[in-house]
Design a protein around this ligand. Structure first.
Ligand code: CTP
Length: 215
């Protein structure tokens, strides 16, 4: 296969999202954004045009990458939508909060004296929404963060979200996966490909993913 030209466009989501209860409190996920930022850097190093839609993280923008900061899942989808239509490769790495409070309070709520029950509603599935609009020329890659039955759950997400590839990682330990500097991944393709990689620094993992997905 011919190498992707420098005009190749890549869209990546990274980091956690936040769903606010009030101006100071929110629901979120434990995610440093390191894997998504490493992928953005590896993509920019290939000369590609890279849009990185990022939840709140403590990481510097990789050189040559257009970073679009967002807070909530709805913000993330809105930032991705126009950019998805013109990308060649979409990689969803973000740890999107699965629920948001049904009610947002514009003023900070006082600490309750008794137990508090929150009514939560599901957030939008960004990856599934965009993958459903995929043109034949586009490639869509998802991540699956799992603590058990990693391969089985990843295969299910590959099929249910209509992806070309899924990167499964075991987040049950602390050495690799979320927040760590290294990762061990299992890359599964809709074409039947199956490859393991790592443990390795996240930039090497990013390079492994890109060279398999865009050979
Ligand atoms: N994802 C997304 N929008 C969501 C939830 C997930 O775009 N609201 C994407 C993630 O970026 C990742 C993939 O979907 O690429 C799988 O995310 P993961 O959290 O592993 O799975 P979920 O679909 O949330 O399922 P579960 O939490 O039940 O494992």
């Amino acid at each position: 296969m011919r190498p992707a030209p420098p005009s190749f466009r890549c869209l990546i989501t990274a980091g956690p999202t936040r769903e606010h209860l009030d101006p100071v409190r929110f629901l979120s996920n434990g995610s440093s954004g390191k894997m998504g930022y490493a992928l953005a850097r590896a993509a920019a190093d290939r000369g590609w045009q890279v849009d990185l839609v990022s939840g709140p993280v403590a990481l510097a923008a990789p050189a040559g990458v257009d970073v679009h900061p967002v807070i909530s899942a709805d913000d993330m989808l809105a930032a991705c939508e126009p950019r998805f239509a013109r990308c060649d490769l979409f990689i969803a790495v973000a740890a999107v909060a699965d629920y948001r409070p049904q009610t947002f309070h514009a003023e900070k709520q006082k600490r309750p004296k008794d137990a508090l029950t929150l009514e939560l509603v599901p957030t939008v599935d960004i990856l599934k929404t965009l993958a459903a609009r995929k043109a034949p020329r586009q490639l869509v890659v998802g991540f699956a963060a799992e603590t058990h039955d990693v391969e089985a759950y990843a295969r299910r997400k590959l099929a249910e979200k209509h992806l070309d590839w899924i990167v499964a990682n075991d987040v049950s330990g602390t050495e690799t996966g979320m927040n760590a500097d290294a990762n061990t991944v299992l890359l599964l393709g809709a074409n039947g490909a199956r490859q393991e990689f790592g443990p390795a620094p996240k930039l090497q993992v990013a390079d492994f993913i890109l060279r398999n997905v865009v050979p």
